[in-house]
Design a binder for this molecule. Structure first.
Ligand code: COA
Length: 174
């Protein structure tokens, strides 16, 4: 296995086959985020098998947002995927740990933030993430709105990590 970090736009074609495996049409039409316009990843962590196939991925989006009106620098993680035939073998943990490391190497990033469906909360909790109990505001083409279609989770990098209140992403979600 090889772990690589690649730039967002350039790495997009590399994750297309994995996306198609994880989200075939029958699955995609039922995900809660099917109509959400998402921010493109700034960079991606990829796990490649010995044949060079991308078997796991996570997208990273760094965002200047606000918490209760105070500017904060957020390390967003989205597009976390493991090839269906390789799930429950530790690859999800591997790609997330590399993503955490990458975010924490930026001293300006204050905490991690991701959105997930309820059935994945246990997976993220085991990796140190905790539920955010406040509100999250995001931008969509129709304007600013409260984003409550998924669970928001935070990865604390310090004791100042928000647990409640209002986070404004000041842009598209991821
Ligand atoms: C969610 C996902 C990334 C997990 O990847 P994975 O490779 O199966 O996870 P791992 O094997 O690394 O598991 C890590 C730990 O989480 C646990 N875990 C994994 N999936 C879990 C689940 N759905 N529910 C509960 N626990 C889970 C594992 O048991 C393991 O615990 P352990 O370290 O104590 O043994 C993968 O199932 C996936 O790609 N799902 C489809 C796409 C998706 O939902 N992505 C997340 C979008 S927010």
């Amino acid at each position: 296995m090889l772990i690589e970090v690649r730039e967002g736009p350039a790495s997009r074609p590399a994750v297309r086959p994995l996306f198609a495996q994880v989200y075939p049409d029958a699955v995609l039409k039922n995900v809660p985020w099917r109509n959400v316009v998402s921010a493109p990843a700034d960079r991606r962590v990829l796990v490649l098998d010995d044949e060079g196939n991308v078997v796991a991925a996570a997208g990273l989006t760094i965002r200047a947002g606000a918490w209760n009106g105070v500017p904060v620098r957020i390390g967003g993680i989205g597009g976390v995927m493991v090839s269906p035939s390789r799930q429950r073998q530790g690859l999800g943990r591997t790609v997330m740990c590399a993503a955490h490391e990458n975010l924490q190497s930026d001293p300006c990033v204050q905490f991690g933030l991701l959105f997930c469906e309820p059935h994945n909360v246990t997976f993220y909790k085991a990796l140190g993430w905790c539920r955010f109990k406040g509100q999250v505001r995001v931008e969509q083409p129709a304007g600013s709105l409260l984003y409550d279609i998924m669970q928001t989770m935070m990865l604390p990098f310090s004791t100042e990590t928000p647990r409640a209140g209002c986070i404004d992403l000041r842009g598209l979600p991821w």
